[in-house]
Design a protein. Structure first.
Lengths: 667, 493
């Protein structure tokens, strides 16, 4: 197969980044925007074509009967170490990477288009740094695409860091605002800290298995691999034995090395996907421009953690202990974030916590997936939810962007009753809310239902817990919806400045994404993505669906009762449970806890002594050396007298001394 | 006598042709044409350099040839070092065009170039000579004309003072050197390097040791090794800037290679223990004293004088390594040093020609008024200090690596001391950068000016050298291939 298209998918965004980054300031703002958007449009078309080829062409490279295969488009060696240890940079096509190509390019194209209008003020004047903004968007698209098509874990790590860097650049886009600067630093430091775990995990894994390539993890049938790891080495297939383990399996602190590696790698995923307790950066990351939040902090980058676990799923299946950790972390995060989302005022913060909660759903779904439960429905459900969530959450964020652009505030207190002024935004936002709440026939209903089915298969406790989170989700989303569009009439002082719908390049992405959210649920996802590549048709479990639908409707009704018309009920509720309200409003004081740990404990107890040592002992030693050098330099100043007689004298003495001393030494 | 032997000296003959062309231009053409002599010489010398480099890649030059009963030797390695010097001389010539066209030079322009070419001829003989008589002629003709060149700035008192100091110390040093040679002759009965090598084998008499010490002192004078260095600072400061740059890179580079040849060929195989220990002591003293003095200098030319003293110490590490890698890394070091130092001198010369200022304090805030010159100077300082992506780092790295190959504990200590001194040198090189880029509170003493085309061309070449040699180790590999393919020291025998 010709690799030109796949090379272009990566090369075009990279080129646009370099081009706009280096030469952007010589272009007009408008041209830069058009160029960036067009390039992304081309990449989108190419990615669609690639996905189409992969899923529908029936090419024997991609498909063997009902089994979808992994196919490496190109994979040249990038760094050669010794033996067979080398790092490649390549392009891997398999169900999840093909799906991610579609998701990333779609959202990225929509955001590029949307930003053309968003990054201007009301008079159509472009924001400062508009070209830089498009360059960063291109860099992000390049990094994210490189991440999903990585053929080995090291390439993934490289692009993983690149998306982190571009996220840092985009959060801090308004670098004159201190809040944006500190948010970007926070995001970078927290995710970087998590990536430390990822890196150690990679090192452990590659040290013990000697492989980086995903193909080696997953090319063999998963069950066979799992067997290989559990049974003694002599019966296992020779290849797998060599690669995976020596007998006995090395242990560290009671867990096998593989568990450690997978848990450490998952730590990287926790950082990127904002799982508890590394979630603190995501709400602050909302300081970036709203389209960036839609692209990076809702639809694509933050699901990289989920993608990572999905990518290494064959390995996780071998160590279910690690999967249980994934489940627990996901379940706690989902509930926590949903609670917090109920009490936020800033609409982007609500959406941010909602994102955390929804990603946690995907994590739980992966965590509860076992091949024996219903053909591994969890894996499929997780990817399905990733897909639908990307669409409707991007829709919600872009809708929020339109609202913010219209009223110049992030808080719902400045909005209220906007439905008459901004009909398009209103209807699309409503569709987004219905989708995330899980109302039939919108996309969220189907994917969430599969997740709940998977949870139910795994354990009743998890099922009930996640259903409660789903109820909360419906509640806080409709609380947000009613507070923005209903509650009370919007006061307009000057009819000329009434909030209104935005220009076409902002409404078009909203309408498109809303349409996708309406129909995406009917995609038979099991035909495309399953944990082992086998096509399998999953039927909707109507008992689960009925329960979750009822729960969601009740939650929406409660939200409507509380927030549809202005009434004192919410205040009363808050007053009735002051402690709970405070904790939710302050996000359970996580930030304060981190401040305490870093400032008091780490800075105070660890860093201060180290700093003292550095200042006094290390610097002191160095200063002493410098002082001695300086003194010596002063002391021999007189040698250079300017007298030729002295020069000749020193010369002669030097020559004679050289001879005599050497002669004496030789004796 | 077989006169065809002269044909072996191809580079020398070509250089002689260049010299004669310049000489006839100077003497025959009318006075009006004198303005063109600087450009003419540069052009002719450029052609000569190109021809000489091209000839190096000709298969007919791949063999070592000797002439005059083994007194003269040439071969690929020797051609390579001569070409490295040619490149340096070319840059010096380009940089000096503006200076040479200045008013005060009106009568003696041609002489400057003739003297310069004669000294270069002397250096060629030093490099190729395998008999101390040839070597001595080369050394003297590379030394004495320099005194005249140093004195060229007739209206400046310092220039005369420098010339006199140079002349007196050079004469004294020659006397010591010749005394050493007479001892050697007394011991060996011959002045052929190879004969000396065989005759004084196992000779640990006081006479032999003193003879060796005197020879080292005589050559060490030209290299400005401590304690034979005292003339350096005064002469560098007093001489016109093009002469200083010529002295600091070309004269030093040629002598360094000749020194290597003398030590290995004449005192090599059987006597290496002795001269290695002598050199060991000299290197430590040279690097350290050079650095310690450099810290205190305010005048940039004087500052670079001490910097070049300590750089000479580093170059000597390639000699003490006593292996093929050492020779290659020494040649590479000289090449990189030519580019780095000439970039620094190019900036100093341009500023001096435009404003007459050479003090470090005058350079405060140069980055505001002349950002490009400041950038060149910064790159030069980074390269001299040995900061990574630039050429200076690699030349230091290779020369340290070559020395370490010798493998004795003493050499490890030596390299360690050299490394520590690198840190000291970093301090004073960065002082210049600090002055240019950080001390910007007061307005710069040097106004913005546009330097001459020739000066800019010279700087471009030097900076390109610093950057390209930093990126590509190809040149080093090429030199290493040359030195190793000939067998150990075969090429310079």
């Amino acid at each position: 197969m010709d690799a030109t298209i796949q090379i272009l998918i990566l090369a075009i965004p990279l080129f646009m980044f370099l081009f706009l980054g280096l030469l952007g300031k010589y272009l007009s703002h408008k041209l830069a925007g058009i160029l960036g958007t067009t390039a992304m449009g081309i990449v989108t078309a190419l990615a669609y074509y690639t996905a189409y080829l992969y899923f529908f062409s029936g090419d024997p490279h991609f498909q063997d009967g009902t089994q979808r295969l992994q196919y490496i488009v190109f994979n040249p060696v990038w760094l050669e170490f010794y033996g067979n240890l080398h790092i490649n940079i390549g392009f891997l096509l398999d169900p999840i990477s093909a799906m991610m190509l579609v998701v990333i390019t779609t959202i990225s194209f929509m955001v590029n288009l949307y930003s053309n209008a968003y990054m201007r003020d009301h008079h159509g004047v472009f924001e400062k740094g508009f070209q830089r903004y498009y360059a960063f968007l291109a860099l992000f698209s390049f990094s994210m695409l490189g991440l999903v098509v990585a053929t080995n874990i090291f390439q993934m790590y490289i692009f993983w860091e690149l998306v982190g860097a571009s996220s840092y650049l985009l959060i801090g886009f308004y670098y004159t605002s201190p809040a944006a600067v500190s948010a970007s630093k926070k995001a970078f430091i927290v995710t970087r800290f998590a990536d430390l775990g990822f890196l150690i995990g990679i090192l452990v894994l590659s040290y013990y298995t000697g492989v980086f390539s995903f193909m080696d993890f997953t090319s063999a049938p998963v069950e066979g691999l799992a067997d290989t790891f559990k049974i003694s080495t002599d019966t296992a297939a020779a290849v797998l034995v060599n690669k995976f383990t020596a007998s006995p399996v090395p242990m560290f602190m009671g867990c096998s090395v593989l568990t450690w590696a997978l848990v450490l790698i998952f730590m990287g995923g926790m950082g990127k996907s904002a799982m508890l307790p590394l979630h603190i950066w995501l709400p602050d990351a909302m300081e970036g421009p709203t389209p960036v939040s839609a692209l990076i902090h809702a639809a694509t980058m933050v699901v990289a953690g989920v993608y990572l676990v999905a990518r290494l799923f064959p390995l996780y299946l071998q160590e279910t202990a690690a999967l249980e950790i994934v489940t627990v972390v996901g379940a706690l995060t989902a509930f926590y974030a949903a609670m917090v989302a109920c009490a936020q005022v800033d609409i982007k913060r609500v959406l941010a916590f909602s994102t955390i909660s929804q990603i946690a759903f995907m994590m739980v779904s992966l965590g509860v997936c076992r091949p024996e439960y219903h053909h591994g429905v969890g894996y499929m459900a997780s990817m399905f939810h990733l897909f639908t969530h990307a669409m409707f959450k991007a829709l919600l964020f872009l809708g929020a962007g339109a609202l913010i652009h219209a009223v110049h505030s992030n808080n719902y207190t400045a909005m209220h009753g906007l439905r008459k002024y901004m009909p398009v935004t209103h209807w699309t936002f409503l569709i987004g809310c219905l989708a995330i709440a899980g109302i039939i026939p919108f996309s969220g209903f189907f994917s969430k239902d599969e997740i709940l089915t998977a949870c139910g298969e795994y354990s009743t406790l998890v099922y009930i817990w996640m259903s409660a989170v789903a109820a909360l989700t419906a509640f806080y989303m409709f609380r947000l919806y009613f507070l923005i569009f209903w509650w009370k009439e919007h006061k307009v002082h000057d009819p000329h400045h009434a909030p209104h719908d935005q220009p076409w390049c902002m409404t078009l992405p909203l309408i498109f994404l809303a349409l996708v959210s309406c129909v995406a649920g009917f995609i038979p996802f099991g035909d495309f993505v399953t944990f082992n590549g086998e096509e399998h048709t999953f039927d909707l479990d109507w008992t689960v669906a009925g329960i979750s639908l009822t729960v969601a409707l009740i939650s929406i009704a409660v939200a409507a009762k509380m927030y549809m018309k202005e009434n004192p009920l919410p205040d009363k509720m808050a007053a009735a449970l002051p402690r709970l309200w405070d904790w939710c409003y302050h996000r359970f004081y996580w930030d304060e806890l981190y401040m305490f740990i870093t400032h008091r404990i780490i800075f105070g107890l660890v860093c201060k002594p180290i700093a003292w040592f550095d200042r006094h002992i290390i610097d002191g030693t160095m200063d002493a050396f410098a002082a001695i050098t300086n003194k010596a330099s002063c002391a021999i100043k007189g040698l250079q007298s300017g007298n030729v007689q002295t020069y000749v004298w020193v010369y002669l003495i030097g020559a004679l001394l050289l001879g005599t001393v050497t002669y004496i030494c030789l004796l | 006598m077989d006169y065809s032997q002269f044909l072996a000296m191809k580079q020398e003959i070509s250089l002689l042709v260049v010299f004669l062309l310049v000489f006839f231009y100077d003497t025959i053409l009318p006075k009006k044409a004198q303005n063109g002599i600087a450009g003419f010489t540069t052009l002719i010398f450029g052609l000569f350099t190109a021809q000489s480099i091209a000839y190096m890649f000709c298969p007919c030059s791949a063999q070592d040839t000797t002439a005059f009963a083994g007194m003269y030797v040439t071969g690929p390695v020797i051609m390579a070092i001569k070409n490295i010097l040619n490149i340096g001389v070319l840059i010096v010539l380009i940089q000096s065009i503006k200076w040479a066209n200045g008013e005060f030079m009106i009568v003696r322009r041609g002489e400057f170039y003739e003297l310069l070419l004669v000294t270069l001829f002397g250096m060629y003989l030093m490099i190729s000579g395998r008999h101390f008589l040839i070597f001595l002629i080369g050394l003297e003709s590379a030394s004495l004309p320099l005194a005249a060149m140093v004195a060229f700035d007739k209206k400046r008192y310092e220039s005369h003072e420098a010339a006199v100091k140079y002349l007196l110390t050079a004469v004294f040093s020659s006397a010591i050197f010749m005394m050493g040679l007479s001892f050697v002759y007394g011991l060996a009965g011959s002045l052929y390097f190879t004969d000396i090598n065989l005759m004084i084998f196992g000779e640990n008499s006081a006479l032999a040791v003193v003879a060796l010490a005197f020879v080292i002192a005589g050559i060490g004078f030209k290299l400005s090794l401590v304690p034979f260095h005292l003339w350096t600072a005064d002469v560098y400061q007093g001489a016109p800037t093009p002469v200083t740059s010529y002295l600091s890179v070309i004269s030093k580079g040629a002598t360094a290679f000749a020194f290597l040849v003398v030590l290995i060929q004449a005192f090599g195989m059987f006597y290496e223990e002795v001269w290695q220990w002598m050199l060991y002591a000299l290197i430590i003293v040279t690097i350290t004293v050079g650095n310690l003095f450099a810290i205190r200098q305010k005048n940039l030319k004087r500052f670079l004088a001490f910097s070049s003293i300590s750089q000479a110490g580093y170059i000597m590490l390639g000699v003490i390594a006593f292996n093929a890698t050492g020779i290659a890394s020494l040649m590479y070091y000289v090449l990189v040093y030519i580019f780095s130092n000439l970039a620094a001198f190019g900036v100093i010369g341009a500023v001096e020609n435009a404003t007459g200022k050479v003090d470090m304090d005058d350079y405060n805030g140069l980055s505001n008024t002349n950002p490009r010159l400041a950038l060149c100077m910064m790159l030069a300082m980074f390269s001299l200090a040995g900061i990574p992506p630039f050429a200076g780092f690699f030349s230091k790295f290779f020369i340290f690596a070559a020395a370490l190959q010798q493998g004795s504990i003493a050499i490890y200590i030596l390299v360690l001391i050299a490394l520590i001194n690198t840190i000291v040198s970093l301090y004073y090189y960065l002082l210049v950068v600090k002055a240019m880029y950080i001390k910007t509170e007061e307005p710069c003493q040097i106004p913005a000016f546009r330097s001459a085309c020739s000066e800019r061309l010279g700087l471009w070449i030097s900076v390109a050298g610093i950057l390209i040699l930093g990126v590509g180790a190809v040149f080093y590999n090429y030199l290493l291939d040359l030195t190793t393919s000939m067998g150990l020291f075969g090429s310079i025998m």
